[in-house]
Design a protein around this ligand. Structure first.
Ligand code: PNS
Length: 166
C-alpha cells in the first residue's frame, strides 16, 4: 500500500459499531485523548447489520457526548479500516480490551491490519474495571427488557434509547 503522505503521528482512530456508545467506550476515548493529540471516533457503516441507531444517529450521539472535548472528532467510515486510516493520515488504531475473551479476535484484526498497512500501529487499552463486563449488545438487551442502564451509558444515550422505544 502506498502511503498517501506522512502520517499524522498524533491522530488515533477508535473504530467500532458504537450501537450504542457505552461508558466503556467513553472511558477508552478519554484515555486515548490523554495519549494522542486528536482522537477520531470512527463509526462503521455496516449495511449487513440491523442496528438500533442509524450511523448518523450514532454520530450525533457521540458528538453530543464529547461536545466539551475539542480534540475528539466523530465520523463514519465504510470499507477497509486501513484505507480510511490512510485517508485520514492516522498512525494508530485504538481498541479496548475488556477480558481475555476479547483478545483472540482483536489480535487477529490487529495483525491483519498490520499486514495490510505495516505503518499503522494498533494500541490496546483497558477500560476501568467497572466497565469490563459492558457491551453494546447487553445494553440493548437489558434496556429492551426494561432493565436499568443508568451509569452504564452516557445520559444522552439513555435519552435516545427511551425516544426509540416510544
Ligand atoms: O465495535 P466492533 O463491532 O467490535 O468494531 C469492529 C470494527 C469496526 C473495528 C471492525 O469490524 C472493522 O475494522 N471493520 C472494517 C472492515 C475492515 O477493515 N475489516 C478488516 C479488519 S481486520
Amino acid at each position: 500500500m502506498t502511503p498517501a503522505g506522512p502520517p499524522n503521528g498524533r491522530l488515533a482512530i477508535f473504530p467500532g459499531s458504537f450501537d450504542p456508545v457505552t461508558n466503556g467506550h467513553v472511558d477508552i476515548v478519554l484515555r486515548s485523548a490523554h495519549l494522542f493529540e486528536r482522537v477520531l471516533v470512527a463509526v462503521l457503516v455496516n449495511p449487513e447489520k440491523r442496528p438500533l441507531f442509524t450511523p448518523e444517529e450514532r454520530v450525533s450521539i457521540i458528538r453530543e457526548v464529547f461536545a466539551e472535548y475539542p480534540n475528539v472528532e466523530v465520523d463514519t467510515f465504510d470499507g477497509l479500516l486501513v484505507e480510511y486510516a490512510r485517508k485520514r493520515r492516522a498512525s494508530a488504531i485504538v481498541r479496548g480490551i475488556r477480558a481475555v475473551s476479547d483478545f483472540e479476535l482483536e489480535f487477529q484484526m490487529a495483525l491483519m491490519n498490520r499486514h495490510l498497512e505495516p505503518t499503522l500501529e494498533t494500541v490496546f487499552m483497558m477500560p476501568a474495571e467497572q466497565y469490563t463486563y459492558l457491551s453494546s449488545r447487553l445494553i440493548k438487551e437489558v434496556f429492551s427488557l426494561g432493565g436499568d442502564v443508568r451509569g452504564l451509558v452516557p445520559a444522552v444515550v439513555e435519552r435516545w434509547m427511551k425516544k426509540k422505544k416510544q
